[in-house]
Design a protein around this ligand. Sequence first.
Ligand code: G6P
Length: 465
Amino acid sequence: MARLVVVSNRVPVPSAKGGTAAAGGLAVALEAALRSHGGLWFGWSGKTSTDREIEWLEIRDFGNVTYAVADLNRRDVDEYYTGFANRALWPLCHYRLDLTDFSRKDMAGYFRVNRSFARLLAPLIRPDDLVWVHDYHLIPLAAELRHMGVKNRIGYFHHIPWPPADVLSTLPVADTIMRGLAAYDLVGFQTSYDVENFTGCMVREGFGRALGNGWFESYGHRFQAGAFPIGIDTESFVEMAVEGAKNPIVKRTRESLHDCDLVIGVDRLDYSKGIGQRIEAFSRFCEMSPSAKGQVTLLQITPKSRSDVPEYATMQRDVAELTGRVNGALGDVDWTPIRYVNKTMNRNALAGLYRIAKAGLVTPLRDGMNLVAKEYIAAQDPNDPGVLVLSRFAGAARELDGALIVNPYDIEATANAIGRAISMPVEARRERFQSMFPKIRDHDVSWWCRTFLDALSQDESAIPT
Ligand code: G6P
């Protein structure tokens, strides 16, 4: 079996004491894939150094996985991560042209850091390695590695949405980004919608030709693109939720609710998540249903994120103000409609909270997949499951059709869906759960890794003539 080299901006290096680093679904998934293949995980250490250039790597072995991470200096972090990745590509891919900042300095920094990463990574790659690059921070990496003579098969997975041609073409370096993607052997997206958008960008904007069957020819290179919807580690999340119900945080939450029904939302503090619209919808639901007063509580768990990006700092203030306003207007001495928590919750407690929540609100304005939606379903008690209210603009809505699918911009309709979810009879809830659970069980994270890596290992005889 080929050795796997995973590259991502964030790398969850296990602690020296032997514990694993705090890890989200993706990190857990990639860790499992790396352990079974043996391999190397390369990326940013998450630390900002005072050195002038990225020149050295910290390399550590844990079992059969080698972690190789580099610090970035202040300027690199500002231009590559905070700047181009999170103020240009992120809002662009989430259709938020109003929030993009196409600074030339940041663009240069983004390509410079990718070149530096390639310089550090190239000598670590062995001839038979499969290289798998993750997410929008690292699009130009394959092209840089190719310049340095790396001939391995290199795949890229885009975890966030891919925008339509009219949106992409506002980016001043759209051609360099498309050329960057064309340097890979396989480009993976979350859904067939993203693949359609990508095909539109490639063909309509004249960056390349579609050869059929997902193959493209662009800038003299042939490569394949396809949809590989990411999953969760379903089996272990189910176990975690059963155990999590006994977690002290979950017990305390349950006691503190008395007879109130719990509705839950869990998102990084990000404008793509539609948190403001969700709070408005919950508030509308409380106003519309007199019986909700004192009977339903929304627990919104929202760890702060990317606070150095000005748009995130603004949003932080807006959501806090809105929550305060709603609680002030609707709450009572013995009832707080919205409990708003700005911290990271341990995954065991989180799984338990999902299990006791009558409804899960996953209402992003745009999202690549959204693994919270899948985790919420996995955490339910099959005999008495809660109901998922899911945005049609999350990639997960393509698979989870047993959810109440909403347009999160439509506050009234989302408020109605919350009401329906809370009062749904148990038979209907079971039926919805049973229509979704087998999908997330069968298409779990190992299935995702396997299908992507099988496609990446495929030789070029599959290219249509
Ligand atoms: C999204 C992106 C990931 C990113 C994560 C957290 O899920 O797709 O690539 O790591 O957000 O964001 P951060 O900027 O903290 O790494």
